[in-house]
Ligand binder design. Structure first.
Ligand code: ADP
Ligand code: ZN
Ligand code: ZN
Length: 683
């Protein structure tokens, strides 16, 4: 972590340095400072924090530089060669002569002498005539093609790009709040170009690379600069290669998901966080739980560079930072392509007949849009065929043995699956309790696909969910079927809401908005509003105006009516006022201790003892412990204790004093537990 001349640690406890692994620190001082800050803020051991910032291969001994095996001739070999040895082995002699002209990398030897050179090298090296060493691989700079020009920016885009440009060289947080399709990416590209032109590097964070291949392509084509792409779908080896590209300074653009916030970018010029509201920026399992968006802001502050937080639906926290003047707002109010904003309306599910989850007005609208030659997108946040398998005779419902959850019917796979623990069982034909026939109840994307095929015979349907899209290549194929116009109806989960640009989609149908309306989690309305606005943004991006239909049983719900009347901003105003009144974040600070054990008693007992240790603490409120809404998951019982404070300092002073005592509780060893600072999901 640092070098010291002197130490207070007793001499006999100090260890010797065995080896200096890296001439240049693999974590530079700015990044180290960020990691130290994160370890303090998230109350997590610095060793694990540093480890999570490095590729696995590096932690298990790989070098920071690419290296290759290189062969050369020894002086004994020179002499032997001069004597004309080895006289009866032409291949060996050829190799010796080749190396006499200079050292050769293995790939060069393979090219010149063919695969058999290895067989020839062995006896020569045994006799000490040739030797090999690992040397750092020569960089092969890829020659960037000429950057492709983008469209001329409109006034709002230009103003945003200018503001960011004039902010280069010092810290500043810009929120680029632009309706979907308003051309935020063009502004990112312009800002990154400027930073690159100043000889700096751009760090770009995106929620999920697999879902946004278009975005990566756009950065590649438009910036035409060496780029390193970092995400969790890479193999260890690929991760290492991408990390090295960034570390060596060769990559001028580093683009990646959550953990790329720790990428070894030197000479940083700008940070861009696309879809800053996205929940995937929060690491909320495993040991080290952090918010990549929040750390990105800290990183920009430390490096004294601007950060751009872009979204059509900024997080409530971000809006609060705007109100309080910590961040500055850049607005894009119009769609870049001059497309009109989509028209949003509600369909009262209580007032209309339904078939397979589709109301009559929705089906009519779909038929009209299809007849006009357009495409239709149907959104349902539930994969599988049906969420429930029911026996109509005795009322049995297929349960998961390991979770407080029902098993989902997957018809094509003839399986019952648990979406919480992954349990997988064959689909029964009869009720295991009474032997009567069972039937699937409710809708999943698989079933809606079947219904759509029945209602619109001959109209090609493309389904997008994790069951059909397992690899990035498959997503690209599906996208191509949609973009080419071959697929006329798209049915999908959350996957369809992300940044795609399908100009011919003019109707979006949200099958069920009601899941988020009555949740115990104070963030559920925010997530629902963001989802509706994001999926609505897929509609009418081209020439023809778009329409959005939201099916609900609660058309008078203030969240929905507010969203309809005033859009996301109207919703956000109400949400901020509610959070203020209830003193939820961002008007207070939260941390959660979550514990799980084989029995509910053990999990609760630990948290109860932890709470008892906090008796009399000042400036914090403890809420709970309570069992999780779905208490049993994968055979373990989950419970949670919330710690709430009016201000950040108070929360952290408390945690600092309290956590070591919690750690030393005997019951702490009988449960799995973790601390989550600024949790975004409560249960
Ligand atoms: P966002 O990121 O805000 O959703 P995009 O940057 O993807 O928006 O832009 C949406 C569409 O508008 C894209 O097809 C893009 O090429 C186009 N576009 C963006 N800016 C302009 C512009 N100034 N002139 C013309 N088309 C533009
Ligand atoms: Zn039964
Ligand atoms: Zn389960």
């Amino acid at each position: 972590m640092s070098c010291a001349e002197r130490s207070d640690v007793p001499e006999e406890k100090l260890k010797s340095v065995l080896d200096v692994l890296d001439e240049r620190p693999i974590v530079d001082s700015a990044l180290l400072q960020l990691l130290q800050w994160a370890a303090g803020y998230y109350h997590h051991p610095i060793g694990e924090v540093v480890a999570s910032a490095l590729p696995t291969a590096l932690r298990t001994g790989a070098s920071t530089q690419a290296s290759e095996e290189c062969w050369r001739i020894t002086s004994a070999g020179e002499q032997a060669c001069a004597r004309g040895e080895p006289s009866r082995a032409p291949k060996q002699r050829q190799l010796l002569q080749e190396l006499r002209t200079g050292p050769r990398a293995t790939h060069e030897l393979r090219e010149r002498l063919g695969e058999s050179w290895r067989a020839a090298a062995r006896p020569l090296s045994v006799r000490g005539w040739i030797e090999s060493a690992l040397v750092s691989a020569r960089d092969v700079p890829d020659i960037p093609s000429a950057p492709q020009p983008g469209p001329p920016l409109n006034d709002e885009q230009q103003a945003a790009a200018d503001a960011i440009q004039s902010g280069l060289g010092r810290f500043g947080a810009f929120v680029l709040q632009g309706v979907t399709g308003s051309g935020k990416t063009e502004v990112y590209l312009r800002a990154a170009q400027r930073a690159l032109a100043e000889g700096r590097t751009a760090l770009v964070l995106v929620p999920e690379i697999g879902l946004t291949p278009q975005l990566v392509g756009r950065f590649r084509e438009r910036l035409a600069a060496p780029m390193a792409v970092l995400h969790s779908g890479l193999t260890e080896r690929e991760q290492l290669v991408a990390w090295r590209e960034a570390f060596s300074g060769r990559a001028r653009v580093v683009l990646g998901t959550r953990s790329a916030v720790f990428a070894p970018v030197s000479n940083l010029g700008i940070i861009i966080v696309d879809e800053e509201h996205d929940a995937s920026y929060k690491q909320h399992d495993g040991g080290f739980r952090y918010s990549a968006r929040d750390l990105a802001v800290m990183r920009a502050r430390g490096a004294d560079v601007p950060i751009v937080l872009g979204s059509a639906t900024p997080a409530i926290e971000t809006l609060h930072n705007l109100e309080s003047g910590r961040y500055s707002r850049l607005r894009l109010t119009r769609r870049a392509t001059r497309a009109a904003p989509p028209r949003l309306s509600l369909i009262d599910l209580r007032a209309h007949a339904q078939s397979g989850g589709l109301s009559t007005p929705a089906v009519q609208a779909m038929a009209e849009h299809l007849a006009a030659g357009a495409q239709v997108l149907v959104f349902l946040n539930r994969r599988g065929y049906a969420p429930t398998l029911l026996c109509t005779a005795c009322g049995w419902i297929a349960p998961c043995a390991e979770c407080d959850a029902r098993l989902t019917v997957h018809l094509a796979a003839r399986a019952l699956r648990c979406h919480h623990c992954g349990a997988d069982a064959p689909l029964p034909r009869r009720c295991p309790q009474c032997g009567f026939a069972v039937k699937p109840v409710g809708q999943g994307t698989e079933r809606v696909e079947e219904t759509l095929t029945r209602i619109f015979p001959g109209v090609p349907v493309v389904r997008l969910d994790r069951d059909v899209i397992r690899r990035p290549g498959e997503l690209e194929r599906a996208m191509h079927r949609i973009a080419s116009g071959e697929g006329r109806i798209v049915i999908g989960t959350q996957m369809v809401t992300k940044g795609h640009d399908f100009p011919n989609v003019t109707l979006v149908v949200v099958l069920n908005a009601d899941q988020g309306l009555f949740s115990a989690d104070f963030r559920a309305p925010e997530r629902l509003a963001q989802t509706i606005v994001q999926v609505a943004g897929r509609s009418g991006r081209g020439e023809r105006p778009g329409e959005v239909l939201v099916q609900t049983e609660f058309p008078e719900h203030p969240l929905l009516t507010g969203l309809l009347a005033e859009g996301y901003e109207g919703f956000a105003r109400t949400a901020l006022a509610e959070r203020r009144a209830a003193a939820w974040p961002p008007f207070s600070r939260l941390a959660a201790v979550r514990g799980s054990a084989r029995t509910a008693e053990a999990a609760l007992a630990f948290l109860t003892e932890a709470r008892a240790l906090a008796e009399g603490a000042h400036g914090v409120h403890l809420l709970g412990p309570v069992p999780a809404a779905m208490a049993k998951r994968a055979g373990r019982h989950h419970a949670q204790l919330l710690i709430e404070s009016r201000e950040r300092g108070g929360l952290h002073r408390f945690l600092e004093a309290w956590l070591p005592r919690v750690q030393s509780l005997p019951s702490a060893r009988r449960v799995r537990w973790a601390l989550d600072v600024d949790p975004i999901e409560l249960f």
